[in-house]
Design a protein around this ligand. Structure first.
Ligand SMILES: Nc1nc2c(ncn2[C@@H]2O[C@H](COP(=O)(O)OP(=O)(O)OP(=O)(O)O)[C@@H](O)[C@H]2O)c(=O)[nH]1
Ligand SMILES: [Mg+2]
Length: 604
């Protein structure tokens, strides 16, 4: 018998930290084993950014019962991972930050879980925070569930208070505990043991894929019926439903961070099957005598797209290994196997349209690719519009900002300009929390102005919330770029002379090419510059020195910032070592001709 649960919440509410505690206290680690914090965040990008990107399985034993746990990401862009994880489980631990309360992604995951009929245990985490307000947070969570149409049974949820970071949880209204026993007991008593049919032909639907250096592709899913042993014959039914016969050489279950080889896996358990080379997420795996072809679970559609193309700039191939459209196509195809919320379309002429659930969903993939040695260019992210009966619809986001009260006015003004509407406002003397409906378009490039409006003290989160008829023009960037007119090395002397023209993105010593974007112009329209002029200068110093020549430090954009910045006629060149911004058309004369033609076309 098994308990299968998913841990869901808004980003940073403490899911992965709680799993640490559950792993430690259930004794899956050896006594003196050194275990890093947030051990389930095992990907390089996950560790660097301190966020979960992929949903992952683990399992613990408590009082002789096995609890399979899926740790899910809380960032809205990775919602596809959560949707898939929920297919495998019988209940959820809904974590809510004791100070922040329910946030946009709390609503999203809760809506999906309630829709599948899952019951929650609500864990109010971080009650150690000074600004914790657990009672209010429980009320808000209850109201949210009512609003989302929860059944009476779902509304009758148990509430625990927790400090995940210290591995402690206790019942609301009862004395504090020093460990997670209460949580484990609550899981066993709230969620029924799995009662999938142990007899009958084996049946499993593939919810996730993984790779193992020794056994290759692994198909992960819950055993919905029967059992499976190494050596069993199975039938794999993919999209078409045509069965393919195969043998399963190895069967694994989970325990702690390990996959454990087993000689029989039972109905109700979450397992991994080796040896199915062609298997894909959503496929049905059946034993002898099974005939089912289970429908692939629905996943929300992408809302944002970029265009990827081979790097055709003059520096192409200098530090990348994989350069051609064939390389890019193969890599994207491989990504589609596991990244279920992603869509890829060939646009012909070596270009690909890659669509995802948000800018981060896409930028994480781009970052991953450059680390693997790929080079390419990428266009500005565009929202995906829909058309029905001649009417165009655009995606909307539910946005929650938490800002110093004194900065609220500026934030409201900025979001209103971006066609947002204020829907809810809670205010204390020092902080204000406001909820808006804003078109996804309007959020592009908003993070930087938001941080400066709030003096770096604002929190912003958003989640996709349906389509509305197009809301009209939004101007997100009003200024042009500083563009290189000469190729060569950028000299401090030139950058210093030209620094009143805008903000440079490049350091002295950067090699530039004609048509490369060097910075943001202070005014509308592009400005062409020559930064390769030099004069022997020994007294150019960084800002802060008391020399009379002071070079303002450049604002070197990150991948996300660069994607937010680039305009429609610009591209981001991504290579393993460099991020270069450039005009799509490098030649200045051709660029001017094309701009003129565009202007004429819009006039007539
Ligand atoms: N004060 C306090 N901080 C906590 C507690 N639990 C977790 N944190 C902190 O909250 C931050 C986020 O924790 P994570 O466990 O990564 O949160 P998460 O929900 O897994 O985040 P995503 O997977 O990215 O959505 C970390 O800095 C933790 O140390 C707690 O009980 N109290
Ligand atoms: Mg996490």
């Amino acid at each position: 018998m098994y308990r299968n649960i998913a841990i869901v919440a808004h980003v940073d509410h403490g899911k992965t930290t709680l799993v640490d505690g559950m792993l430690r206290q259930s004794g899956v680690f050896a006594e003196h084993q050194e275990v890093v914090e947030r051990v389930m965040d095992s990907g390089a990008l996950e560790r660097e950014r301190g966020i979960t990107i992929l949903a992952k399985n683990t399992a613990v034993a408590w009082n002789g019962e096995k609890i399979n746990i899926v740790d899910t990401p809380g960032h809205a862009d990775f919602g596809g991972e959560v949707e898939r994880a929920l297919q495998m489980v019988d209940g959820i631990l809904l974590l809510v930050d004791a100070a922040e309360g329910p946030m946009p992604q709390t609503r999203f995951v809760l809506k999906k879980a309630l829709g599948l009929g899952l019951r929650p245990i609500v864990v109010v985490n971080k009650v150690d925070r000074k600004d914790a307000r657990p009672d209010e947070v429980v009320n808000l969570t209850f109201d949210l569930m009512v609003e989302l149409g929860a059944s009476d049974e779902q509304l009758d949820f148990m509430v625990l208070h927790a400090v995940a970071r210290e591995g402690r949880a206790w019942r609301e209204g009862e004395p504090e505990e020093q460990n997670l026993s209460v949580l484990f007991d609550a899981i066993l008593s709230t969620f029924p043991a799995t009662n999938d049919d142990p007899d009958g032909p084996f049946l499993l639907q593939v919810s996730n894929l993984d790779y193992d250096a020794y056994v290759g592709r692994l198909a992960i899913g819950r055993v919905l019926r029967g059992q499976v042993r190494p050596g069993s014959t199975i039938f794999l039914r993919g999209r078409t439903g045509e069965p393919t016969r195969a043998r399963v050489p190895k069967v694994f279950t989970h325990l702690g961070l390990q996959r454990v080889e087993t000689d029989v896996a039972q109905a109700g358990d979450i397992i991994a099957l080796a040896g199915l080379e062609e298997v894909q997420i959503g496929d049905t795996v059946g034993g002898e005598g099974s005939t089912e072809h289970l429908p692939a679970p629905a996943i929300d559609e992408p809302t944002v797209a970029v265009t990827l193309a081979p790097n055709d700039g003059p520096f192409a191939g200098r530090d990348g290994q994989y350069l051609t459209s064939r390389h890019i196509a193969d890599r994207l195809e491989r990504e589609l196997l596991t990244n279920v919320a992603l869509k890829v379309e060939s646009l012909g002429g070596e270009k690909f349209r890659v669509a995802g659930r948000g800018e981060l969903h896409l930028s994480i993939l781009l970052e991953q690719m450059r680390r693997e040695g790929y080079e390419f260019t990428v266009s500005r992210p565009e929202v995906i519009l829909r058309e029905e009966e001649g009417v165009r619809y655009e995606p909307m986001e539910r946005v929650v900002v938490d800002v110093p009260s004194s900065t609220l006015g500026g934030v409201i003004e900025a979001l209103t300009k971006r066609r947002g509407t204020l829907e809810n406002l809670e205010q204390t003397e020092t902080r204000a929390r406001a909820e808006f409906a804003v078109p996804s378009r309007g959020l592009f490039g908003f993070r930087t102005p938001f941080l400066s409006l709030t003096g770096g003290e604002g929190l912003l989160s958003h989640v996709f919330d349906g389509y509305v008829p197009m809301l009209g023009n939004i101007q997100t960037r009003t200024t042009g770029s500083l563009v290189a007119m000469e190729a060569g090395e950028a000299f401090a002397y030139s950058l210093f002379k030209l620094q009143d023209r805008g903000t440079f993105f490049i350091q002295p010593g950067t090699e530039v090419y004609v048509g490369m974007v060097l910075g943001a112009h202070i005014r509308a329209g592009d400005l062409e510059l020559n930064v390769t002029k030099n004069k022997k200068l020994t007294n150019v110093r960084a800002a802060g020195s008391d020399d009379n020549i002071v070079l303002t430090p450049p604002r070197v954009p990150t991948l996300e910032e660069a994607l937010e910045y680039i305009g429609e006629d610009e591209r981001l060149e991504v290579t393993p070592k460099y991020l270069r911004l450039r005009k799509a058309v490098l030649d200045p004369n051709q660029r001017k001709r094309e701009a003129k033609q565009r202007a004429l076309a819009t006039e007539s």
